[in-house]
Design a protein around this ligand. Sequence first.
Ligand code: GTP
Ligand code: MG
Length: 209
Amino acid sequence: MDVKTAEFLKSSAHPKECPPADRPEYAFIGRSNVGKSSLINFLTNRKGLAKISSSPGKTQLINHFVIDEELQKTRDGSSWYLVDLPGFGYAKVSKTSRVKWQRTSEQFLTGRSNLMCVMMLIDSRHPPQQVDLDFMIWMAEKQLPFVMVFTKVDKLNRAERSEFLPRYELEMLKKWNCMPPVYVTSSEKREGREELLCFIQQTNSLYTA
Ligand code: GTP
Ligand code: MG
């Protein structure tokens, strides 16, 4: 599958303001600066679609992008929503606004009937972070389907590249019976796009209005 058209649709401060839940939807979440907006631009092949931050904490609203809108009324494909959510765990914003963003994201994720999967972005350079581990447990408790998407693998050397995933698995398997699906990406070096789009295409076919 490729992306034919991708357009910014709406920024919403609250889940109630979001576009109608009328097509399959994928939410991108992860710690601030993990590379959510970059991955969105990479997947859609549109450079400036989601704003890349030089300073973390840029995305503060629920941003909806509509993909292949013209397929919404046809049967030979699917239009879908891609959602850029505020990054969590960013220390330099006030605690009040951090808590507010987190609550907004959580309300959004638990309230969307069309949410097919959460893309849980994780920076491949860092050891497992408690805030990420906690968030995945929270999703499991809420029965939200998610996949792990490791970002920035271009920044790893050969040894690090072979080690980061087993290291993460070791940590996950202390709490989980098995690993969720894993995708490995680099927006910089354009890695992992086909695999993710293929997953989205397969998952779109499971959508029932
Ligand atoms: P917030 O909106 O602040 O939560 O950040 P974000 O998760 O959307 O991250 P963003 O895409 O804005 O990227 C943050 C920084 O990481 C930018 O400087 C990007 O250029 C860089 N970056 C993102 N993806 C990659 C990647 O795959 N490889 C490399 N080397 N850098 C990346
Ligand atoms: Mg962003």
